[in-house]
Design a protein around this ligand. Structure first.
Ligand code: HEM
Length: 476
């Protein structure tokens, strides 16, 4: 025990859990980690220590304890769970791409950068992007082959990347810079593939084809980003894109701007964190809608009534209630960031259980969002949970809105000082995109396709999400 250990630590219990993980469960862990976590919570309860071969995981699925770790006691926890406890090495698969941007930095650097960048994400600023969200979505779906097949995941990735390339860098669709960003952006290559693996840092350094693709992609992105930074500095950065705002930002205490390396790390972080998440959320939403024709028909009715054939605007959002509920429900069932991790900076007690320093604490939206103690009929896609009851719907209507529901029964965007900075951006973008896509298109499933969630850092539909797209005629 160290001098900093509180008496409460002495009185605390070790976290319960199995002595050994059966081989069959280890296989699930390798192939379907969210299902493994869910199985462990079902078997062992909301606090379970999992003795994994490399390092134990402390899986916490109680919403009040999650709120404590992410919000009330956040200063006692660090973000860099993949840091090597033995060597103290801070480079992780994610930092290899993103350096020390918001997502990957910790401590004072994170606090300073968050304070600097937060104003760029105020609702009024984001509102200025609504037109881009609608115009780019409209343009993206215009030329889909009527009656043909598309891979909806790929479509959504291209769409959200073009949106984020426009809002972060103000580069036009089809420009050389936008093309490099689109083609070079590593998504599941090299270190990103190994991010949650115990030997991830080592695997990420081997000259495998996947790592080589990653290194080349990163070099191409760097050359475009540094070129854009230099150009903005020359021209005087006075635009409304996030890159210009990053260059204009000044620390409130010191008045200092960020150096180019930090601007690069932040811009790439926004680009990376800001497109794949939303793309997968949109793809899952469309997948769920295709499986539930009544929900899709209701969405079609709503966009026809609210938009009446014109382009969606910011002012339409409060009336796109069903579309919003569909997106919220898709984030419940398939939260793209399926787990969030923290490590205590020193020994801690959480709900009476002892956490050693450097324990890998995992809190999984996937697991909590499907807890039958918190959600009625949790596996069912039911957007009406998110709507006020009107007297005509089924018994799930409004069940997600109850006052007595713990706040962290639903946390697709995390929480506390490290809550997703792009939360409002993502929701606005997704609802406008969903409404715009469904305004013109109907969807039909393809026979014989079995879609499985595949989770690395993000939960994706595997092997993709092929569906038939049919242009809507008046009244269809
Ligand atoms: C549906 C879409 C999205 C989901 C589900 C999502 C989810 C999350 C989650 C769960 C976290 C917290 C991770 C943690 O606590 O360790 C996070 C952080 C972050 N997200 Fe998002 N995100 C989405 C969209 C976006 C967008 C559009 C942007 C930017 C334009 C963005 C930028 C970030 C950044 C920079 C962080 C790090 C914040 C910090 O640590 O201070 N995200 N996101």
């Amino acid at each position: 025990m160290t001098g900093t250990t509180s008496p409460r630590v002495d009185a605390a219990q070790p976290m319960p859990g199995p002595k050994r993980i059966p081989l069959s469960a280890l296989r699930t862990l390798a192939n379907q980690p969210p299902l493994f976590f869910a199985e462990m919570r079902d078997r062992h309860g909301p606090f379970v220590r999992l003795p994994l071969p490399q390092r134990p995981i402390y899986l916490v699925s109680d919403p009040h304890a999650i709120q404590e770790v992410l919000v009330t006691a956040n200063r006692f926890y660090g973000n860099d769970i993949l840091r090597s406890a033995a060597t103290g090495r801070r480079e992780t698969p994610l930092t290899m791409l993103l350096g020390q941007g918001l997502l990957t930095s910790d401590g004072d650097l994170h606090r300073r950068q968050r304070r600097l960048i937060q104003p760029l994400f105020h609702r009024q600023r984001i509102a200025g992007y609504a037109e881009d969200f609608a115009a780019l979505s409209e343009r993206h779906v215009r030329d889909w082959p009527d009656g043909g097949e598309v891979d909806m995941l790929r479509e959504m990735v291209t769409l959200t990347l073009s949106i984020v390339a426009r809002t972060v860098f103000d580069v036009a669709l089809g420009s050389r810079e936008a093309e490099t960003i689109r083609t070079a952006m590593p998504r599941n290559d090299g270190p990103l593939r190994y991010a949650l693996m115990p030997m991830g840092g080592l695997l990420a350094r081997l000259p495998s084809p996947s790592n080589i693709r990653f290194w080349r992609g990163r070099a191409a992105l760097d050359s475009v980003v540094f070129e854009l930074i230099a150009r903005r500095r020359d021209e005087g950065a006075d635009g409304a894109d996030l890159l210009s705002l990053l260059l204009q930002a000044r620390d409130a205490d010191t008045g200092e701007p960020m150096d180019d390396r930090q601007v690069r790390d932040e811009a790439l972080t926004l680009l990376m964190a800001g497109h794949d998440t939303t793309a997968n959320a949109l793809a899952w939403a469309l997948h769920l809608l295709v499986g539930e024709p009544a929900a899709l028909a209701r969405l079609h009715r709503e966009v026809d009534e609210v938009l009446d054939g014109r382009r969606a605007t910011l002012e339409d959002l409060p009336r796109l209630k069903w579309t919003t509920a569909v997106f919220q429900e898709a984030l419940r069932i398939f939260p793209p960031v399926w787990t969030v991790g923290r490590r205590p900076l020193q020994e801690r007690v959480l709900s009476g259980y002892r956490l050693p320093p450097d324990a890998m604490v995992m809190m999984s939206p996937w697991v909590v969002h499907r807890d039958p103690g918190l959600w009625a009929d949790p596996e069912r896609f039911a957007p009406q949970r998110w709507l006020e009851p009107t007297g005509e719907d089924d018994q799930l209507t409004g069940t997600a809105l109850g006052q007595d529901r713990p706040k962290f029964a639903y946390f697709p965007f995390g929480g506390g000082p490290r809550q997703c900075i792009g939360n409002v951006f993502a929701q606005m973008e997704a609802v406008i995109a969903l409404a715009t896509i469904c305004q013109s298109w109907h969807f039909a499933p393809l026979g014989g396709q079995r879609v499985q969630p595949q989770a690395r850092i993000i939960v994706r539909p595997r092997p993709g999400l092929r569906m038939r797209v049919l242009r809507r005629r008046a009244g269809s």
